[in-house]
Write a protein that binds this ligand. Structure first.
Ligand code: KIV
Ligand code: ZN
Length: 512
């Protein structure tokens, strides 16, 4: 096995791109506070690098990269830039406050990228890459370069680009499988080819960045590590463009669980933080994970067949290859009911990964008591819905106050909504084709904010007749799309809260 130059040759660096590649997903847009919350958790997870965003893409992205660079200590803070001088200069400015800044620049190197997107020749693309790395190095000590679409790039040309960009000063070379096209053996051979044919490869760390279009992002990343790559670019829950990126939890836990296979290779990830951050990411990005998702899915450690349950009870190792506690899944058997006190509630919320201010906790507790009065047991899913509903990372402009709806056969659906804006109480009534239509017209009237409803989805948070309903709306306003979520045992109230949540996000964005 070839070995890449790094302080400890067995350490595999974890480069998290949840806030950059992950945030590119439609509907997963995060505001500044949300990005900071995730960045703090990534630091606790002990990732080596946080790719915080793409500063030139928007002023909002610039600001969040700059804030993360100033506030987060521990991991390197990386910004992405195309191989374009203005991108690189803006990126260097955004990351300059970081304790350990890293500038990541890229250009497409496959023929389809060079000809169709860049409309250049291979020689011209190579020169642009070298100039970009040289400029980046003049502005930042640590420069990473990615030949985008590397797995569809002619290997000899890839070798030349990698050699030239290391020569120009890149100390990390990332090999992206941009479109998720690679298969493990072939990808491993490509990594080996680079180790064997790039003369100055010992002057850089080799990294991989795999997408999951064919479901092979994790195995491709791990195969590259076996061939000597020592950085994996990945995301929490595998979020990312299209089918997503390699998922951090899968790569890290595979290396840890199969030490017998991976030998001395290790990561520095604090695995107990995996489940808490997974929950935060799904909540803030509005991207639920399927129940059978490895490591973090609801069923990942659930045993349902009789034989499995029997074996598990006799010895967990019969059917469990990982200890759930190692990934931060609590073994707490605390059942929350109307009689549970504030301490039990706070403890469970902490286990679920929530850090609430005192004021937020008071609101969550009040709501918990109301829900617990209606239901026998308040589940984790109920709690997550309550917290989502009661805590807002940005101060809400409009607060739900109350609503009344009239509907039925031969009745014109009519809804009245009352909201609070500061000290003011506002109220409006409307009729519509159905109760939700009447409600949304009334909300438009009371807030004065016009939204185009793009999608409306309702789901039950838990089973049973007393389940909480969760409504997710996607709305559009002035070319931007906003997702709002609301939960309540009353689905109309959940619908109202979801729309107000989206309106508050739009109002916040428009005011900054
Ligand atoms: O998938 C990709 O190629 C990327 C690059 C910018 C590294 O995200
Ligand atoms: Zn990518």
């Amino acid at each position: 096995m070839a070995e890449n130059k790094t302080a400890d040759p067995n350490k595999t660096h974890i480069f998290d791109t949840t806030l950059r590649d992950g945030e590119q997903v439609p509907g997963a847009k995060l505001n500044l506070h949300e990005k900071l919350e995730i960045a703090r958790r990534l630091a606790r997870l002990n990732v080596d690098v946080i790719e915080a965003g793409f500063p030139r893409s928007s002023p909002g992205d610039f600001e969040s990269v700059a804030r993360i660079a100033e506030e987060i200590r521990g991991p390197e803070i990386c910004g992405l830039a195309r191989a374009v001088p203005e991108d690189i200069e803006v990126c260097a400015e955004a990351i300059k406050g970081a304790e350990k800044p890293r500038l990541h620049t890229f250009i497409g190197t496959s023929d389809v990228n060079i000809r169709s997107q860049l409309r250049k020749t291979r020689d011209e693309a190579l020169k642009i890459a070298v100039d970009a790395v040289s400029l980046a190095r003049s502005l930042c000590e640590t420069v990473e370069f990615s030949p985008m679409d590397a797995t569809r790039t002619e290997p000899a040309y890839l070798r030349d680009v990698v050699t030239a960009t290391i020569e120009a000063g890149a100390s990390v070379i990332n090999i992206p499988d941009t479109v998720g096209y690679a298969v493990p053996r072939q990808f491993g051979k490509l990594i080996q080819y680079l180790f064997e044919n790039v003369p100055n490869i010992d002057q850089a760390r080799l990294s991989v960045h795999c997408h999951d279009d064919l479901g092979m992002a994790t195995i491709n990343s791990l195969t590259a590590v076996q061939r000597g790559a020592r950085q994996i670019e990945c995301t929490i829950n595998g979020v990312g463009e299209r089918a997503g990126n390699a998922s951090l939890e899968e790569c890290v836990m595979a290396i840890r669980t199969r030490q017998d296979y991976f030998g001395d290779i290790y990561t520095d990830i604090n695995t107990k933080e995996i489940m808490p951050i997974s929950r935060v990411v799904r909540r803030l990005m509005n991207m639920p994970v399927p129940p059978n998702k490895p490591i973090v899915g609801d069923n990942a450690f659930a045993h349902s067949s009789g034989i499995h349950q029997d074996g598990y009870l006799k010895n967990p190792e019969t059917f469990e290859i990982m200890n759930p506690a190692d990934v931060g899944i609590s073994e707490s058997k605390l059942i929350l009911t109307a009689r549970s006190g504030r301490r039990a509630l706070r403890h469970r919320l902490e286990e679920l990964g929530y850090e609430l201010s005192e004021e937020q906790f008071v609101r969550v507790h009040e709501r918990f008591v109301r829900v617990a009065d209606q239901k026998k047991e308040v589940t984790d899913a109920d709690l997550e819905a309550i917290v989502k509903d009661e805590t807002h990372s940005t101060p809400p402009t409009f607060l739900f106050n109350y609503m009344q709806a009239l509907s039925g056969t031969n009745l014109v659906p009519t809804t009245t909504i009352s909201v609070k804006r500061g000290d003011e109480t506002l109220e409006a009534s409307e009729t519509g084709n159905g109760p939700v239509d009447a409600l949304y017209k009334a909300i438009e009237r009371v807030t004065g904010v016009k939204m185009k409803l793009e999608s409306y989805a309702i789901s039950s948070v838990t089973g049973g007749k007393d389940a909480m309903g969760e409504v997710t709306v996607r709305v559009r306003r002035n070319g931007s799309s906003y997702v709002g979520v609301g939960a309540s045992p009353d689905v109309l109230e959940a619908s109202a809260k979801a729309m107000l949540d989206a309106i508050n996000k739009a109002a916040h964005e428009e005011s900054v």
